[in-house]
Design a protein around this ligand. Structure first.
Ligand code: SF4
Ligand code: SF4
Length: 208
């Protein structure tokens, strides 16, 4: 059973600690059972090219898991800013599958309804990317980028599009981006059937 308590750190506001959270992570998160091997050396955070963009680097996040800081962990942007470069995984002296743990923590946060899982930049970008994949069977850079911008609201989308217009023009000039109708694959229906099946299998495996 999960135990909860409120602990106050002198000079800081009260925070909720879930003392069963580490156990839950060990048992339910992919690679979580290896988290007990972490010796807090910091090699993962020191190797991470995106560390400066994360609320907490992996080392600190793992310590927070152990401390039972469930909300702070599941609200962190760390999981969504990981680019899966695997530097941490190949360098960790204790064989902790850092990237796998981060990815699955992010998925768990989304399933639990944490808003951060939907509103971080990377979550918005991933949503637009999937939209384009479902619709065209491929990424249409222009449409999915604008779809991503639109997730911030129309005004912000126009501002962002204008700010990046010179890049778009260069991409068109160098034939890295096309004008005209979006390119589609032939079997978008089949692709969507495959994606639906994959989602069904994932839900079944997660017991949702
Ligand atoms: S590199 Fe491995 S052992 Fe070191 S802090 Fe990161 S996860 Fe822990
Ligand atoms: S896999 Fe993710 S957490 Fe690990 S070093 Fe790369 S970006 Fe950082």
């Amino acid at each position: 059973m999960t135990a909860n308590m409120a602990a106050t750190i002198p000079g800081q506001s009260a925070r909720k600690y879930d003392l069963g959270f580490a156990r839950w992570v060990y048992e339910n998160i992919e690679g979580g059972d290896k988290l007990s091997m972490c010796m807090q050396c910091g090699v993962c955070s020191g190797s991470c090219p995106l560390g400066t963009e994360m609320d907490y680097g992996p080392r600190k996040l793992f310590m927070m898991v152990r401390a039972g800081m469930k909300d702070a962990v599941l609200k962190a942007n760390t999981m969504y800013n990981c680019t899966s470069c695997y530097s941490c995984v190949v360098r960790c002296p204790r064989g902790v599958p850092v990237q796998y743990i981060l990815q699955d923590l992010g998925r768990a946060a989304a399933r639990m309804g944490y808003q951060e899982a939907k509103t971080t930049d990377n979550a918005r970008f991933a949503k637009a990317f999937i939209w384009s994949t479902r619709k065209f069977g491929r990424t249409d850079e222009r449409l999915f980028t604008f779809k991503y911008y639109l997730s911030f609201g129309l005004g912000e989308a126009i501002k962002k599009a204008m700010a990046n217009m010179s890049i778009a023009i260069k991409l068109v000039k160098t034939k890295r981006m096309h004008l005209g109708m979006p390119h589609r694959i032939k079997g978008t229906k089949d692709l969507n059937a495959i994606l639906a099946k994959a989602a069904e299998i994932e839900k079944r495996e997660q017991g949702i």
